[in-house]
Design a protein around this ligand. Structure first.
Ligand SMILES: Nc1ncnc2c1ncn2[C@@H]1O[C@H](COP(=O)(O)OP(=O)(O)OP(=O)(O)O)[C@@H](O)[C@H]1O
Ligand SMILES: [Mg+2]
Length: 312
């Protein structure tokens, strides 16, 4: 079973407006609820694909209950630690004139050290049945990033593969200290990790190889509409993006986590995971709700994914 751990849970309320403007009442053309939080998103996408997963982390309040219902609707199993405050409701605004989208993120979840102890205990129990762990996102409040070091370390000591995705250098470094199997930074995240600009595939390759040499961790650098670069240590691939109608890109990167976890969990070639992840990312982009996709889109896109061997 794939276990996904999302400490700072959230759901996304995505609003579509013809053209975003300040100081005006805007009428939405569409309003949809989606999952949020990197690892939780991956569970939601896996659920749509009929791949079992068990989601854990911190949940709170009515939005937490709603999140659990959304998981169950996609066939995802859940076992969360209930904490104070509320699971976050992020508001996304998509401007339909093609100018892009913005996320308004809130911090409403409150977890203390007792809650962390509860999560630790729950997670250690789950490792008995874990075939792969996906861990990611931010941490609520001022919880110590060392929690990532600890949770990843516990899985790796049992030889359980870990796919780790955090958005910020210090979180990424805390996780890398325990040698996760994969990280999946986007451009900004890779820059915050290395402190160097990533403005070309070559930059992404060099950064990925640095991480691999230092930690033994493979890197899938996703570069938005420029696709992705996968650095697997002894080989690397450039993965062009698929041509799909862009509705909302939120959660596309998290679909890549789902694909990688599938391959690791089923002991399939990593290339299969890169293909599934890329197809799922494109399918997520085609739907309005974050991390939502249609299985038939993923199946139709899968044969179109290209892995092009890359070297300097
Ligand atoms: N505009 C786009 N057009 C086509 N494909 C895209 C586009 N944006 C993203 N993708 C695909 O989705 C993959 C992951 O996207 P991205 O790099 O944006 O991840 P991310 O920033 O981690 O996203 P998120 O955190 O919202 O899930 C890319 O490698 C690419 O294949
Ligand atoms: Mg991401």
């Amino acid at each position: 079973m794939i276990v996904t751990v999302t400490p700072n849970t959230a759901i996304d309320y995505t609003l579509f407006v013809p053209s975003f403007e300040l100081n005006k009442t805007l009428r939405t053309t569409q309003a949809v609820w989606g999952m949020a939080g990197k690892a939780a998103d991956a569970s939601w996408t896996l659920g749509e694909l009929g791949i079992p997963s068990l989601a854990t982390g911190f949940a709170a309040g009515y939005p937490g209950k709603r999140m659990i219902e959304m998981f169950h609707a996609k066939g995802v199993q859940t076992d969360f630690v209930w904490v104070d405050g509320e699971t976050r409701i992020n508001v996304l605004v998509v401007s339909e004139d093609g100018r892009g989208q913005s996320t308004l993120a809130v911090e409403t979840l409150q977890a203390n050290e007792t809650h962390v102890d509860q999560l630790r205990a729950k997670y250690m129990g789950m490792l008995d049945q874990a075939s792969t762990v996906i861990l990611g996102g931010s941490l609520p409040g001022d919880l110590d990033p060392a929690l990532y070091t600890e949770l990843i370390g516990a899985a790796r000591r049992r030889d359980i593969p870990v796919v780790f995705d955090a958005y910020f250098g210090p979180f990424l470094r805390a996780g890398l200290a325990s040698h996760p199997t994969f990280i999946k930074p986007n451009r900004v995240e890779l820059e915050s990790l290395t402190g160097k600009p990533v403005s070309s595939l070559e930059d992404a390759y060099r950064a990925g190889m640095d991480v691999y040499r230092q930690y033994g961790t493979m890197v899938v650098a996703t570069l938005g509409e420029e696709g992705a670069l996968a650095v697997l240590g002894d080989r690397a691939y450039r993965i062009p993006p698929l041509k799909v109608k862009v509705v909302s890109t939120a959660g596309a990167g998290d679909a890549v986590l789902a694909g990688l976890a599938y391959a690791l969990s089923e002991k399939k070639p990593l290339e299969d995971g890169l293909r599934l992840g890329t197809a799922a990312a494109a399918a997520v982009i085609m739907t309005p709700a974050t991390a939502d996709c249609r299985r038939e889109d993923v199946e139709a896109l899968l044969p179109k994914v290209e892995l092009i061997p890359y070297s300097l």
